[in-house]
Each structure stands twice: as C-alpha cells, then as structure tokens.
Write a protein that binds this ligand. Structure first.
Ligand code: NAD
Length: 432
C-alpha cells in the first residue's frame, strides 16, 4: 500500500503497545490499528476500544494472529524482548512491514536472523531506537557532521536511570532477571550504545566494561523487613521504595504508570492493595529475584581512534535525562536532556553558542513521535532506506552491546572482530 493511510496489527498491548496505539489515535491520517494480540483481557480491550477493532480481530496471542493470512500493512511489535525474534521472523515471512521494539532480539544469532529476513523480504522495518529521533541528538549529529568541533576525539555519556525507575523496572518488574528478560546493558542501554555509535559514525573496534549489582540485594534489607511491603514493614516510614509511597498516592508517577498501563483493570483502593499483596510490584526491593546490575560503565575505542565512556547508574536523577560531552580537535559540545540544551565551545576564538531546543511532548521527550513519523514517511514512500534505525543499523550497535557485556563478564577487553570475523569491524590500523 502506498497511499497515505496504513493499517496496523499490535502484538503485545502492554505499555509500549498502548503508547503507539495512542499515537495512531492522535494521528488518524497515518493509519489505525485493525487487529490486536494480547493475552491480558483489559489491556487488549483498551486498544480494541480505542480503534473499534471487531472481536474476530482481537487475539489472545501473537501466534494466533500470525497464524492467519496477513490482515494489515504493518505490525507494531511491542512484545517482551524474548518474543521479538520468533514473532518478527513470522511477521516478515507473511509480508508485514514492522515497527520493532528494541532490543531487536535477545541473542546475536536472532538479531542476525531478523536482519537477514528483513533484507530477503524487502520489508520496511524500524527498530525503536528512540534517542536517534530525539531533537537534541538530531542537532548534535548535525553539528558533528558540519564539523562544528573539528574531528571528534572522545565522548562521555551518563544515563541516570534514577532509583525509583530502577526499582520499578529492574528490581521488581519486567527486566529484573536475566533469564526472564536479558542483561541490563541490552534491555536498558542498547539505546545509549546505539546513539553513541551513530554519533561517532565509525565502526567500533574494542570495548571493556565493569559493573555489578551493589544495592538491591538481600544483604541490604532493613532489619525485620518482610518479603512484601504489604506485610507490615518496620522500615516503611524511612524507605523510599515502600509501595505505600510509590504506587498508592494519587500523584505518584509510578502509581499512575502501574494502574494505567500495567494493571488498568485494578481501580478500587481495596483491589489495588490486593494486587500489591500478590503481584511482583508489591515485593520488598531487597527481597526480589533481581540479578541485573544497578551500575555499569563501558569504555569504547572506535576505528578512527575515537575513545568514549558510557555510564549507567540507578543512583542519579532526573530519570532518563542523559548528559553527553563530545570533545573535538576544534571545540567541545555539552548536551543535557534535562534542560534540552546544547552548549558549543570553540577553541580558536572562544565562541560559546547555546542551542535551546523545543521541548517536545510525548514519550522519550518526543523521540517516539519522531520515530513514528519517520516510519510512516518510509511506508508512504515505500522506501526501506528512509528508516533511520533499520535492522542493519541496529544489528551493528547491538553487536557492541553484546561485546561490552562479554567484556564485563570475562573481565577483559573484547574486540568487535571476535563477534564478527567479517571486515566490517577493522581491528588494526593496517585493516583500515
Ligand atoms: N523504545 C523504548 O525506549 C522502550 C521503552 C520501554 C520498553 N521497550 C521495549 O518494548 C517492549 C515491550 O515493553 P512494555 O513495557 O510494553 O512491556 P509490557 O509487559 O507492558 O508489554 C508486553 C505485553 O506483551 C503481552 N504478551 C505476552 N505474551 C504474549 C503473546 N504470546 N502474544 C501477545 N502478547 C503477549 C504481555 O501480556 C504484555 O501486555 C520490550 O521489548 C521492551 O524492552 C522499549
């Protein structure tokens, strides 16, 4: 279909599926959702009602939906990480275009398989690396390409996950346990590695990494803390993670998220208390089965000698508001997502320019909005190359993530060439 409006099938009507469904409600000229697959009845109904999807197209699983002949132009694949590969491969085989949530897949082999299938089927696939579409990173990339700081030499980025976000998602929630989801650098920071590699614009050569789970462990539980906050904890008054503060007050950010996107059918105070007594979100943060790191650093060396660092920590604020410094031969860029500003300093004449970028609304400060617009634009032009974050681009940055995690586990420097013996990651001067 090459006209302006497209049909979509949402696989997984959780938080992200609902966000993209909402985006389509707000942009009817782009298209609408005509089918949904989701085992949770309440979540499925939210999307079904928003787009008036008939019962015959409301499915309990992605397997059921994709067992049918193709019934939309594209799928919005917002399943959990370990379901991406089987569902993405099945959807591509059926001829769907796809918006695919990051991470592309849980293993390198599956990422490669998705990229190959995308190329073989010539479908349009955008992987949701929202940061590449964020106005601040778009402007930083433009400045680098324009040579505003000369030749890039080094960079540093900090991702402040924030304690409450970390506790919600990476201690109690979906991404807390590697066997159920994946390692932290992939589930949370493949965004960061992707956008940094994109800014550098050169293949990565080598990485090392350190990090561990320091705080959210049994050993740090307050004396007498029970397994659940709902069981009467003596430390409740002093504990910032007590569910009574995090999820129950009307104005609590994570409460709003939990009761609208994760448990939308749980509405009365009694039902919410009952939910917290039994769901993973009611657990004491020191008595969970989490095993992902709460802080990690990565060092990079790129093919033209650019070096860089990336730090992820649970123990910094404000949530998700990354800060970035880029050092070039002729100047320096400092970019801050909390103020949405970029400061450019030029060495030769002492020039200082500040770019105050517009604050966009929506998730990832407008990054998801721009990402969807980019995907729709590619669909309209029927041109896979218009997608900024194709599977091939995403595969290249996922490789760096896999290498960095291997480096952390094995306590050594890992050359990208070890993951990819093809010449795409030159390992030495002679190969460049
Ligand atoms: N781009 C980003 O910045 C960003 C942010 C958050 C999450 N994500 C990614 O988006 C994906 C979804 O995350 P989320 O927060 O929406 O998670 P979620 O748990 O809220 O949503 C996943 C949904 O899939 C449903 N599901 C499970 N099995 C299914 C099946 N067989 N068929 C159909 N549906 C099934 C679940 O019931 C759930 O509603 C993950 O891969 C996550 O890593 C990306």
């Amino acid at each position: 279909m090459v006209s302006g409006t497209f049909t979509f099938a949402v696989l997984g009507a959780g938080a992200r599926g609902q966000e993209f469904s909402q985006w389509l409600c707000e942009h009817p000229s782009a298209g609408r959702v005509v089918a949904v697959a989701e085992p949770d009845r309440e979540r499925r109904q939210l999307i079904a009602e928003a787009h008036q999807i008939p019962m015959a197209r409301q499915h309990a699983s992605w397997e059921e939906l994709l067992a049918r002949p193709r019934l939309a132009d594209a799928v919005i694949n917002t399943l959990m990480d370990r379901l991406h590969a089987p569902s993405a491969l099945a959807a591509l085989k059926l001829g769907y275009h796809m918006l695919l949530e990051k991470p592309m897949a849980a293993t390198l082999e599956d990422c490669v398989a998705i990229d190959r299938m995308r190329q073989a089927t010539r479908r349009i696939v955008s992987v949701c690396h929202s940061l590449r579409h964020h106005v601040l990173y778009v402007q930083v990339k433009r400045l680098l390409v324009d040579g505003a700081i000369g030749q890039l030499v080094s960079f540093d980025q900090l991702e402040p996950v924030s304690p409450l976000h970390h506790a919600h998602s990476f201690v109690r929630g979906n991404w807390s346990n590697e066997a159920r989801s994946n390692f932290m650098l992939m589930t949370k920071c493949c965004h960061d590695v992707d956008v940094l590699a994109y800014l550098v614009g050169q293949p990565c050569r080598r990485v090392n990494s350190f990090g561990c789970l320091t705080y959210f462990r049994q050993a740090n539980a307050p004396a007498g803390a029970p397994d659940r906050c709902t069981d009467g904890c003596p430390a409740e008054a002093a504990c910032p993670y007590a569910v009574q503060k995090v999820y129950l007050p009307r104005e609590a950010f994570w409460g709003k998220f939990l009761w609208t996107q994760i448990a939308p059918g749980v509405a009365t105070p009694e039902d919410r208390w009952r939910y917290l007594r039994t769901s993973p979100y009611g657990r004491c943060v020191f008595h969970c089965d989490n095993d992902v790191v709460d802080h990690q650093v990565v060092n990079f060396e790129f093919a033209d000698g650019v070096t860089g660092t990336f730090t992820m920590t649970a123990f910094a604020q404000p949530m998700g508001r990354r800060s970035l410094r880029l050092h070039g031969t002729h100047g320096e860029i400092r970019a801050a997502l909390d103020t949405n500003t970029i400061d450019l300093h030029r060495f030769a004449d002492g020039l200082h320019l500040q770019y105050a970028l517009p604050i966009q609304r929506g998730s990832h400060m407008g990054g998801d909005d721009n990402l969807m617009s980019n995907f729709i634009q590619a669909l309209r032009a029927n041109d896979p190359n218009l997608v900024l974050t194709t599977t091939t681009e995403s595969l290249a940055s996922h490789k760096i993530v896999f290498a960095a995690e291997q480096a952390r586990r094995e306590g050594r420097v890992v050359a990208l060439k070890e993951l990819d013996p093809t010449p795409s990651c030159p390992d030495s001067e002679a190969e460049r």
